[in-house]
Design a protein around this ligand. Structure first.
Ligand code: HEC
Ligand code: HEC
Length: 329
């Protein structure tokens, strides 16, 4: 009986609503709030809410922001989009020129893609993988999302695989690549420092260009710092106008080699090389090891060529810079 009364009441409610709708009064549809980023490794990339609805465009959600590095890492000429999403109401905290303190539930994402035609981006992208780091309870966890053939979403999959792809480069030549997606163990090889998984790129001195640090401060992404000029700048290895050969070569080593060739890094016991930008030349072993460095970068042989993982082809532009620098020593 009670249910019946409710049903009748509900009926009236609907009728009166629909009558209202026929009237001149329309209530505006309130904008949907941007969904929060989900700091968990859910099965599909779309479920993390890092991007707006059409994932293929890689348009970041209002809750995430793009950052670029002063000096790029070479990975078979892939383009990369890097995003940070901080939980609502939190910030990164300045410590020094290195990493800021990231709040728990920070998500950092890096998407690797190629343009079908480097000369005409409107011909679309080939999305390959979106690598993710999430800080959960003070510990960075990592996971990888592989893009599906339809390029509509990416699926969590931490196994290695080879993706054959081809694109037109800036010279209009077809490039065929067997792109290798790293395994979870390989992620750890590069991302661990003294057996702790860490980010590599977003040291403040490595993003201090193009007003990024100023933007981080003014948007409250970064606290505990008011003046970006207090932070050093890792040179852009491609900028021969503003930086010396040595600065550029050392910056190249920093971004492409130092995550393994440093104290606590993957090959600390197998090589004397210490390639972090701040390591003085005398302690870096670069001069003593110049013949080996040259050999490891001048021809491609898998398991010998450096960087040991993360690339499947040589980097002639990087080698050109490094060999000029080694010759100058
Ligand atoms: C060959 C070494 C190497 C491997 C393997 C590697 N990374 Fe990285 N990764 C780097 C370097 C160097 C950077 C910083 C440069 C950049 O952002 O391009 C980086 C950046 C990132 C970033 C952006 C935040 C940061 O740490 O700078 C994420 C997220 C990431 N990697 C996740 C992963 C995941 C997940 C895997 C495994 C699927 C992986 N990486 C494998 C070297 C590696
Ligand atoms: C993914 C980790 C990793 C990265 C990145 C990496 N290396 Fe290595 N490197 C190793 C390991 C492991 C060894 C020891 C095994 C061997 O000799 O192949 C090594 C050995 C070397 C050696 C021979 C040993 C020595 O000290 O003479 C040279 C030279 C070298 N690396 C240079 C470089 C340079 C230059 C880069 C950047 C362009 C680089 N590596 C990037 C892991 C790495």
């Amino acid at each position: 009986m009670k249910n019946l009364i409710y049903s009748i009441a509900l009926c009236f409610l609907f009728i009166s609503c629909s009558e209202d709708a026929d009237d001149t009064y329309y209530s505006p549809i309130p904008p949907e709030p941007t969904p929060e980023v989900v700091p968990e490794f859910l099965p599909n990339l779309s479920e993390l809410n890092l991007f707006t609805e059409n994932l293929t465009d890689l348009t970041p959600s209002d809750r995430a922001f793009i950052y670029d590095l002063n000096t790029p890492l070479f990975t078979d000429y892939a383009h990369k989009q890097r995003l940070i999403a901080l939980p609502e109401g939190t910030s990164m905290e300045y410590v020094d020129d290195g990493f800021p303190n990231f709040p728990d539930n920070t998500v950092i994402a890096k998407t690797f893609y190629y343009f079908n035609n480097e000369r005409d981006e409107s011909e679309g992208k080939i999305l390959v993988e979106t690598r993710i780091l999430i800080k959960q309870n003070g510990v960075w966890e990592l996971g990888n999302y592989k893009w599906n053939a339809e390029q509509t979403d990416a699926v969590l999959d931490n196994t290695t695989s080879t993706v054959p792809l081809s694109y037109l480069n800036t010279n209009g030549e077809t490039v065929n690549l067997d792109y290798v997606i790293p395994s979870a163990q390989q992620c750890i090889d590069c991302h661990n420092s003294n057996n702790i998984i860490k980010p590599i790129g977003p040291k403040l001195r490595s993003i201090n260009s193009n007003h990024q640090l100023e933007d981080w401060i003014s948007n409250n992404y970064l606290t505990n710092l008011t003046d970006a000029s207090q932070v050093g700048v890792l040179p852009n290895w491609e900028d021969a106008v503003n930086y010396s050969l040595e600065e550029r070569a050392r910056a190249y080593f920093d971004m492409n080699c130092a995550h393994c060739h440093s104290d606590g890094g993957f090959c600390q016991d197998q090589s004397y090389l210490r390639l972090t930008y701040e390591t003085p030349l005398a302690d870096s072993y670069i001069f003593e090891d110049r013949i080996n460095i040259d050999a490891r970068m001048s021809f491609y042989y898998q398991g010998f060529t450096m960087p040991l993982i993360g690339t499947t082809i040589l980097h002639p532009e990087g080698y050109d810079l490094v060999s000029q620098y080694l010759d100058s020593l």
